[in-house]
Design a protein around this ligand. Structure first.
Ligand code: FAD
Length: 423
């Protein structure tokens, strides 16, 4: 309709004006049209550019509050990694024990070379930590590592609050729920921890067999100073149990035992392991009711394979000072079913790490490395959740964290434990 009117106007003009006039009018109209077009396009472009800049600024400066439950090796390392992400508005740590107790923990940890390089990238100054290097592994007292991290955390510009002697309970959850903005709780409260359950995650676990039978022993020598000692592995061991009325015949390499000697000079640990098999020795050691059989095996192993500078232990010392598993049992890995979640109502992410996520029913002497491996996906997770603003991006972040956690269990079942006990 409008077009017809214009046509009519145009016809009228055409009747009254000469062709130059028509051309001039067309030029003016075309210039106006071009101007309007350019202005409209520019406004749209400015709108999208501004939106993009605002989004970029928001993404670059978006921050969240991180709450770590447990100041064990995995909790404090999570705190350190988080602060390095530059995405933390405030960091709060809850630890039920005192700082003194935490720093006094004396057992020796062996940090594997791959974890050493990861921790170095987060500023862990191994060169100035008391400890010992051997084959690329760093051996130190766990308390020394924890003391170092506790010293470093307050040096960041971020607001850091470390609450010792404060158990994470249902009341603490209420405080967390009411913190403003987006929050992430990292539950690192160990294998018996209940923080994730308090926060609403399932406490169900899936248990996998590792296909390895093992027994462990610990000799505590309180009169000795605690000096780091590198671990030692001995392969292809077989035992003569004929004195106990059992044939000692072993058929092949797979059915022979591996011994791992580890710990510091004060507390020596032994792990004796064998691939799942059904030889007479394994059968006997799995079902034996006579504790002396296993005690004698550990005593003999220690005296034969101890470091040359260490003193031998006597029968009576062993009787009074050695703790040991009385028989072989199967090493199992327990993995928490739910390791990451998001609660919409209070904009709260929850993840579990370290032994709160997965643990063995056996002291392998490598457990901390397992927990540290889990933390490899933490920086990426923090970067993704801090900007996740749609259901899709939130779910994507959670799925990727859960997949990493489950992948680790699969990796440990396939290679991890075997590597650390059998190679
Ligand atoms: C005697 C012994 C010897 C070991 N030797 C070795 C070794 O040689 N090498 C090795 O790699 N590993 C070793 N381990 C295993 C090692 O201790 C664990 O793998 C490691 O400590 C797990 O770290 P984590 O931070 O996940 O948990 P944990 O170290 O268990 O830390 C959990 C922390 O959370 C705190 N906590 C629990 N519940 C709450 C709550 N509700 N509120 C606040 N805080 C809470 C606890 O007090 C604790 O400090 C040994 C363990 C023991 C017991």
């Amino acid at each position: 309709m409008q077009l017809r009117n214009n046509d009519t106007t145009f016809e009228r003009i055409a009747n009254t004006c000469d062709s130059d006039e028509i051309a001039r009018i067309l030029r003016v109209q075309s210039t106006h049209f071009t101007t309007y077009f350019v202005i409209t396009v520019s406004l749209i472009a400015i709108f999208y550019k501004t939106k993009h800049i605002v989004c970029t600024i928001r993404r670059n400066y978006a921050k969240l509050t991180i709450i770590v439950v447990g100041a064990g090796p995995i909790g404090l390392t999570s705190a350190l990694i988080s602060l390095h992400c530059n995405r933390v508005r405030k960091l709060v740590v809850y630890e039920e024990q005192s700082r003194l107790n935490i720093e006094r923990q004396s057992y020796q940890i062996a940090v594997q070379s791959s974890q050493v390089s990861m921790l170095r990238s987060y500023g862990v100054d191994f060169d100035n930590l008391e400890g010992l290097w051997h084959d690329g592994c760093f051996y130190t007292r766990v308390g020394i590592y924890l003391e170092f991290v506790l010293h470093v955390l307050p040096l960041f510009k971020t607001d850091v609050e470390i609450n010792f002697g404060t158990k994470f309970t249902k009341d603490t959850r209420y405080i967390v729920d009411n913190m403003s903005g987006r929050k992430l709780v990292i539950c690192c409260d160990g294998s018996t921890g209940i923080a994730s359950k308090i926060l609403g995650l399932s406490d169900e676990t899936v248990t996998y067999s590792t296909g390895i039978f093992a027994a462990a022993a610990a000799i505590d020598r309180r009169n000795q100073t605690s000096v780091p000692i590198p671990e030692k592995r001995v392969h292809n061991l077989s035992f003569d149990l004929s004195a106990y009325g059992t044939s000692a015949y072993e058929c092949n390499e797979r059915t022979k035992f591996t011994l791992k000697l580890y710990g510091n000079s004060q507390c020596r640990h032994m792990a004796l392991a064998v691939n799942r098999c059904d030889t007479s020795v394994v059968r006997t050691l799995k079902s034996v009711l006579d504790k002396s059989m296993m005690r004698n095996i550990f005593l003999k192993c220690y005296n034969t394979y101890k470091r040359s500078k260490e003193t031998s232990i006597s029968d009576s010392y062993c009787l009074n000072n050695m703790k040991f598993s009385p028989r072989l049992y199967e090493i199992k890995l327990s993995q928490k079913l739910e390791t990451a979640a998001y609660i919409t109502d209070c904009d709260l992410f929850i993840i579990t790490e370290g032994e709160a996520a997965r643990s063995y029913n056996f002291n392998t002497g490598l457990d901390i490395n397992m927990g540290l491996k889990g933390l490899a996906s933490l920086p990426q997770f923090i970067q993704s959740i801090v900007i996740a603003d749609t259901e899709h991006s939130i779910v994507k972040s959670l799925v990727s964290k859960i997949e990493h956690s489950e992948g680790l269990s699969r990796e440990f079942l396939t290679f991890g434990l075997k590597q650390h006990l059998f190679t």
